[in-house]
Design a protein around this ligand. Sequence first.
Ligand code: F6R
Ligand code: MG
Ligand code: MG
Length: 371
Amino acid sequence: MKITMSVIKADIGSVGGHIAPSEKLLETVRKHVQDKGRGMLIDSYVSSTGDDVAILMTHTGGVDNAPVHKLAWEAFLAGTAVAKAQGLYGAGQDLLKDAFSGNVHGMGPAVTEMEFEERPGEPFLFFAADKTDPGAYNLPLYLAFGDAMNTPGLMLSPKMAKGFKFVIMDVNHTEGDRIIELSAPEDLYDIATLLRDPERFVVESVWSRAAGTQAVSVATSRLHNIAGKYTGKDDPVMLVRSQMDFPATGEVLQPFAIGHFVAGCMRGSHNMPIMPVKLNSTISYFDGPPVVSCATFCIRDGRLTGPVDAFDHPFWDRVRDHVADKAMDMRRQGFFGAAMLPMNELEYTGIMEKLAVLEQKFAVRTMKRAA
Ligand code: F6R
Ligand code: MG
Ligand code: MG
């Protein structure tokens, strides 16, 4: 059976700053999707990660399906009404346009979708990250799908021996989707050359070369490219199908034990390590640290079984402690050097205005030259 999985997510307001949506907001979105999605959706799952609400939907309508996108948009409008009534912070923050026009691309919410023929057993992982941006998944995907040091399946499984195709997007190009297709293993150095710059080049999808089927789909929107100014980071969602032709679930999860440094955290303007957290986790230290959650499911005829929380295991407690240490070490150097993002990535304009004033005060010292 051919199934479409759609994830549409937005920050529409939260309690106590940019921390977490309220129970009532979440319940309103959930109920809207259930009631209005009857006859359109096969199944759905509404969750929160930090201040973001994600709606995972299964259906047979294909990607960019107007009624499905409209359903999510209207669920977020209903949630925003609750956010406003409760005085939540940033109510409706990611809903950048007034009127719905076909699909939610370019309207603020992040979208990631995949259409595929269901396998007899169909496990998948639904990742949601907060206080960071889509490039945060570059390193875990490179390791899981390209590096035999991480993924023994690349050596041991004949199904994976042909490698994977990476579709990478230049997210700075706003006039349209500017993409490049590169294949691992032969293009690995080229893939690395692009993925080392996660603010510009972002993995959009990964495909099995042997089976020709899609394994990964990442939401690649950059909100400030839509709004033209800071509106929050583009806290990204990702779907990964695992096992058989694809890396095993554990091979996909392993890179998250690194706690790699990503862009985001306080005011979207820092480099901080990403922490794998349990489902429905909130945000705290320094408006962070950047977090990633992972709900795993199996799917049959579009019906979801799960979630099982992939990061709710004693192993990840140790990782979380390690990431907390890394985060505090980085914060010790405050604004200095690698702690903050480069100028063009700072999400608030205040520093630019300050620099413009200081520019005027600079003078070139005239030196007396020796005769
Ligand atoms: C980062 C984030 C927060 C806010 C910060 C200031 O993505 O959402 O770190 O940038 O709390 O928020 P405002 O400017 O809304 O007071
Ligand atoms: Mg926010
Ligand atoms: Mg967020």
